[in-house]
Design a protein around this ligand. Structure first.
Ligand code: GLV
Length: 319
């Protein structure tokens, strides 16, 4: 069986793939372009994709009718046309669960970095500006007693809530189909999105990216946040209307933002967000712990191999 692996992934998964099938591995540091992808998938039985690879109906058709499985090394699958895969009888697998804690850790790291102004502090020291201890130097708000609003109380949102409980925060949550009992399990209170935005000191996003969540955080919703409110996004860039976010920050509608994901990715170097002291941008590293990435690669290999064999996927998005 022939497969195309869209980037060099950790050996924990790649070794399983190369042992089980004839693997063509994209060696570039940058992902294949759409043309390069189309050339390389011709005739393959399986594809291992990453969040950077757009796997649409055309790519599936170019691969050919023998394509059985698209195995995504990520939990989010918004880069894959799931309906197109279903229509063609192609299975899709992903890597849920294993990256929950790593992503929640990053959301918390960004929250702490923003509130305690870590990046500004590092820049201050590196610029040689640290002359003495300052009674009012780089002050920021406490987490304890503050209200955290979690948009999307799924696996990752709940892991964030558990961390917030440890920090003695008040936790509000908004999710589709979320029951008060389910939220209470992680010490969160369910509210509508408007109340969450009005009442939260910090808002963190953990929904998947779908047509319904496109620009969920638009100008109107950003205006509902407190002027001191901080927005954290470790989900997907286009859930936030980035133009509206820039305006909200420039006009002091909100207090700051920390983004692990942007729209587009990578963020262009001339983007105004990169010059704002109250904004932190990191390069989509939510799942980037050693153990997590190894396990994601293994899970992607397991889904791939099961799909090639016509077996049930251990972690199916579609079957
Ligand atoms: C990463 O962004 C993922 O969806 O796993």
């Amino acid at each position: 069986m022939k497969v195309f692996v869209c980037r060099k992934i950790p050996a924990a998964g790649l070794d399983k793939i190369t042992a089980a099938c004839e693997a063509d591995i994209w060696e570039g540091d940058l992902p294949p372009t759409q043309d390069q992808l189309a050339q390389r998938v011709r005739g393959v039985d399986g594809i291992v994709s990453l969040v950077t690879d757009k796997i649409d109906g055309d790519i599936m058709d170019t691969a050919g009718k023998q394509l059985k499985i698209i195995s995504q090394m990520a939990v989010g699958v918004d880069n894959i046309d799931i309906q197109a895969a279903k229509a063609r009888g192609i299975k899709v697998g992903n890597t849920p669960g294993v990256l929950t804690d790593a992503t929640a850790d990053l959301a918390f790291a960004l929250l702490l970095a923003l509130t305690r102004r870590i990046v500004e502090g590092v820049d201050y020291v590196r610029a040689g500006r640290w002359k003495t201890w300052g009674p009012e130097l780089l002050l920021g708000p406490d987490l304890r007693g503050a209200t955290l609003g979690i948009i999307g109380l799924g696996r990752i949102g709940k892991a964030v809530a558990r961390r917030a409980f440890g920090f003695e925060m008040r936790i509000l949550a908004h999710s589709i189909d979320l029951t008060p009992d389910e939220a209470a399990e992680v010490h969160a209170q369910t509210v509508d999105l408007e109340s969450l935005l009005h009442e939260s000191d910090f808002v963190t996003i953990h929904t998947p990216y779908t047509p319904e969540t496109h620009h969920l955080m638009n100008r109107e919703r950003l205006q509902m946040m407190k002027p001191t409110g901080l927005l954290i996004n470790t989900a997907r860039g286009p859930i936030v209307d980035q133009k509206a976010l820039i305006e909200a920050l420039q006009n002091k509608i909100i207090g700051g933002a920390a983004l692990d994901v942007t729209d587009p990715e990578p963020i262009p170097m001339n983007d105004p967000l990169l010059t704002m002291p109250n904004v932190i941008v990191v390069p989509h590293i939510g799942s980037a712990s050693i153990q997590t990435r190894n396990r994601m690669a293994e899970m992607a290999a397991e889904n791939l191999i099961a799909g090639l064999r016509g077996e049930k996927l251990p972690n199916p998005v579609t079957e």
